[in-house]
Design a protein around this ligand. Structure first.
Ligand SMILES: [Zn+2]
Length: 188
């Protein structure tokens, strides 16, 4: 049987990782076999765990690239039921083909990622995965400026230029709604 692909997307602080961890718990309670991966770039909270903003965590394998993820997957001697990938927007575009291969082996794949950069542009990796996903769970956050539960964009509060790949937390980013983003940035 072919596995399914589920994407959990949204801005910063929208509870994406918490959602992922509750899905991990479902597989864990069901005594299923799974692995959790995270990109090497994101070691904000932990190098060997995926940690939510609320402090929940699960052990994770830190990997530098999509090809290394596939290598690691192929090294596993037992049949996995699922893999979970945090911060998928940080991976190179090869992750699309890697995930397709894994699904064809009957493994469910769950990915968490930012759908848009702080420049309000889609992350290519997340956007492509959303297109081929069986299910997309789109989360929103509470707007840091107006307090409404409709924030869909991450706004960078410092050095608002340069690379769209710039790891950070509360010291760099807030989640805002489109109206507040427009006021802060002058354009959408
Ligand atoms: Zn707002």
């Amino acid at each position: 049987m072919i596995g399914k692909l589920t994407l959990i997307v949204g801005p910063m602080y929208s509870g994406k990782t918490s959602e992922l961890l509750s899905l991990v718990e479902i597989y864990s309670l069901g005594k299923k076999k799974y692995l959790v991966f995270k990109p090497e770039i994101d070691t904000r909270y932990s190098v060997d765990h995926v940690v939510s903003h609320t402090g929940q965590k699960v052990p994770a394998i830190t990997i530098p690239s999509a090809s290394k993820l596939l290598e690691k997957f192929d090294d596993i001697n037992e049949k996995l039921d699922a893999i979970f990938i945090d911060e998928v927007h940080f991976f190179d575009i090869d992750i699309i083909d890697v995930i397709k291969k894994i699904i064809l082996k009957g493994v469910d794949v769950f990915c968490v990622g930012l759908d848009m950069s702080y420049k309000h542009r889609p992350f290519q990796t997340t956007a492509s995965l959303m297109a081929i996903a069986d299910e997309v769970i789109k989360k929103k956050a509470v707007c840091h400026v107006c307090g409404e539960y409709k924030a869909v964009v991450s706004h960078k509060t410092v050095n608002n230029s340069g690379s769209e790949i710039d790891v950070g937390g509360m010291e760099k980013y807030i989640a805002v709604c489109r109206e507040c983003y427009l006021k802060l940035n002058g354009s959408l």
